[in-house]
Design a protein around this ligand. Structure first.
Ligand SMILES: NC(=O)c1ccc[n+]([C@@H]2O[C@H](COP(=O)([O-])OP(=O)(O)OC[C@H]3O[C@@H](n4cnc5c(N)ncnc54)[C@H](O)[C@@H]3O)[C@@H](O)[C@H]2O)c1
Length: 277
């Protein structure tokens, strides 16, 4: 256990069942944090359809699951692309819990994949706006609050293996996640004097709702059946399996804790040894 009792944690994009955000919320709740489950709640146009997003009902179910673990939990709908909504997310958190100690930038779009020479400007903008600008806005306003509090803080960015290596059909995703590591490093050096630590976690494949979509997409592109494609991922992994959402939640709980008090500016792979630079 990491002694996070009473800490206030916001996890963006955490309102989708089977997602990494849900696992992070539940793990931080089990560690004693007061948690803010935040997600879109409602579809936002064609690119953010119900198939891909965390709904209000799911957000509430995840908050209830956190409460069953003994944690205080609230839900706040927030589109991380909007600075006004991000400011409201922080304000609502302060109203409910009086502080922001931990921010996990988990919201991400990984389903807008197209051949590079056909890549739509609107897809590029949607991916960069959520994965990179969203993390920038949430970090900016959380850091302001942490500086006001004067007690330090922790920001954790959920990047990806695609922050370290290139992936086909995924120019925007790969660029956004590489950019997120850049944001992590810049924030770490600038915010260290306030005792705000900023790190990234880089998962490889996990079969969440998004991961399932990616398995379907890539198996079709590579002319493989779904299970053969998935087995290929396991076979090239030194530990012989794909990731689990709990693997990422474990890393986040560690990085959020004082056990990681001398770690900042890192982009930590959680990939079973598949990615190691
Ligand atoms: N699953 C994987 O294999 C994998 C691997 C590496 C990195 N990741 C990253 O982990 C994070 C979580 O992914 P996941 O696999 O759990 O997928 P997921 O689809 O379950 O979670 C992504 C969440 O982001 C939310 N979101 C999207 N646009 C948003 C917006 N504008 N504002 C607020 N929330 C928004 C969605 O509603 C969804 O709940 C993402 O950043 C993803 O890029 C996932």
């Amino acid at each position: 256990m990491y002694h996070l009792q009473g800490k206030v944690a916001i996890v963006t994009g955490s309102g989708r069942h089977k997602g990494i955000g849900e696992a992070i919320v539940l793990r931080l709740a089990a560690e004693g944090c007061r948690v803010v489950v935040s997600d879109l709640g409602k579809p936002q146009g064609e690119e953010f359809s119900e198939e891909h997003i965390g709904t209000t009902a799911e957000m509430e179910e995840i908050a209830e699951a956190a409460q069953k673990l003994g944690a205080q939990a609230i839900t706040v709908a927030c589109d991380v692309r909007s600075e006004t909504q991000v400011e409201s997310l922080i304000a609502r958190t302060i109203e409910a819990f009086g502080a922001v100690d931990i921010l996990v930038n988990n919201a991400g779009v990984g389903y807008l994949m197209e051949p590079f020479t056909e890549f739509k400007e609107s897809s590029w903008d949607a991916v960069l706006d959520v994965n990179l600008k969203g993390a920038f806005l949430c970090s900016k306003h959380a850091a302001r609050q942490m500086i006001r509090q004067g007690t330090g803080g922790v920001i954790i960015n959920i990047a990806s293996q695609a922050a370290k290596s290139g992936f086909p059909y995924a120019a925007a995703y790969t660029a956004s996640k590489h950019g997120l590591v850049g944001l992590t490093r810049s924030n770490a050096v600038e915010l260290g004097k306030y005792r705000i630590r900023v790190n990234a976690v880089c998962p490889n494949h996990i079969t969440t709702g998004l991961g399932h979509w990616q398995n379907q997409f890539f198996s079709e592109k590579f002319g493989l059946d779904y299970e053969t494609y998935l087995q290929g991922i396991r076979d090239r992994n030194p530990l012989g399996r794909t990731g689990m959402v709990e693997d990422i939640a474990n890393a986040v709980a560690f990085l959020a804790s004082d056990q990681a008090s001398y770690i900042t500016g890192e982009a930590m792979n959680v990939s079973g040894g598949e990615e190691y630079h």
